[in-house]
Ligand binder design. Structure first.
Ligand code: SF4
Length: 315
């Protein structure tokens, strides 16, 4: 396999979407999600959001230009009597660099805040710093999750070449923590043989502890045929001895993977990594997992007139 992305900068385009607020159901967890963009310029090799239907995922980013208007319409016509916290985003990074140009995530957050709907954001970006004040004024009803896989910059350029440096991300997390916004560091995915040494994991936990982060979570890589092809490419660059055989052992499969299902790591490996992670987190008196958010009860308190005013404001 050649590299999974072109070496040039991604192309940015806009598109109109038909809906923006979707249900998700992953491993027993269900909720609502917004994806303001299609594609992601962070270009992580292990990304779960890449499927055949999105062949240009890393190289052509589509901004859903009508997202905030759609979101408002969907919320106004919501049929159930409650609304779950909204995940931003499940299949893209809502604060990738394109957000500086389009501000779609910001507008969607303003809509959620206007209806008092709780949300949580997953990002690897520093672009979110632009919206610190926006999230700060809503800190009782949101939290931010930063996914960090490694503090080794050389390795980061290989496995997630479009992400900012780990040092710069920690600087932003510290600003958010100091501002009273709940921050989570998510060590996810832990990549077997690549980012799974005790030293690597502890270095992330130590850095989190140093800046007062109160929540840490983590999970081990899951592989599927397309992810596995990219992981093999990474293993080849890193020249790790017997890596394919060891992956076959950990994930209990035979190369190549033909199934489109996700394979999870075997019990022995999973327990070893997760026990260590939890032990190190507990030792520093940090909570393992995510903060809780309330479910929003309906009817909403905003009048229709207020909503129109807000729409005008965010355009
Ligand atoms: S930041 Fe998330 S969505 Fe973007 S490429 Fe990386 S894993 Fe995929």
């Amino acid at each position: 396999m050649n590299s999974w992305y072109t070496k040039s900068a991604p192309i940015l385009s806009t598109k109109e979407s038909k809906s923006i607020l979707h249900n998700f159901f992953v491993y027993g967890n269900e909720g609502l999600t917004i994806n303001p963009y299609n594609g992601c310029q962070h270009r992580c090799g292990y990304c779960y959001a890449t499927y055949e239907w999105s062949p240009e995922f890393y190289d052509h980013i589509y901004a859903k230009i009508n997202a905030s208007e759609l979101l408002m319409e969907q919320i106004q016509s919501w049929k159930k009597n409650e609304i779950n916290p909204v995940m931003i985003a499940s299949a893209t990074d809502a604060y990738q660099v394109a957000e500086l140009k389009y501000s779609i995530t910001k507008k969607c957050v303003e809509v959620l805040q206007s209806f008092e709907i709780p949300y949580f954001i997953f990002t690897k970006s520093v672009v979110i710093e632009r919206d610190l004040e926006l999230h700060k004024r809503y800190s009782d009803n949101c939290f931010i999750v930063w996914s960090i896989t490694t503090n080794k910059e050389n390795l980061k350029r290989i496995i997630e070449p479009g992400t900012p440096t780990s040092k710069s991300v920690f600087r932003i997390i510290e600003k958010f923590s100091t501002a009273g916004i709940n921050c989570v560091i998510n060590i996810d995915p832990v990549l077997p043989l690549i980012t799974d040494s005790r030293k690597d994991i502890s270095s992330i936990i130590d850095a989190a502890n140093d800046i007062g982060v109160k929540y840490i979570s983590g999970a081990i890589l899951r592989i599927r045929y397309d992810i596995w092809e990219r992981i093999k490419y990474i293993l080849q660059i890193l020249n790790i001895e017997n890596s394919i055989k060891n992956y076959e052992k950990i994930f209990k499969f035979k190369d190549p993977i033909n199934s489109k299902k996700n394979l999870i790591a075997g019990r022995e490996y999973s327990e070893m990594i997760m026990k260590y992670l939890r032990h190190e987190v507990d030792k520093r008196k940090i909570k393992f997992g995510f903060p809780l958010l309330n479910v929003k009860k309906i009817p909403f308190t905003k009048s229709k007139k207020d909503m129109i005013t807000l729409l005008d404001f965010i355009k």
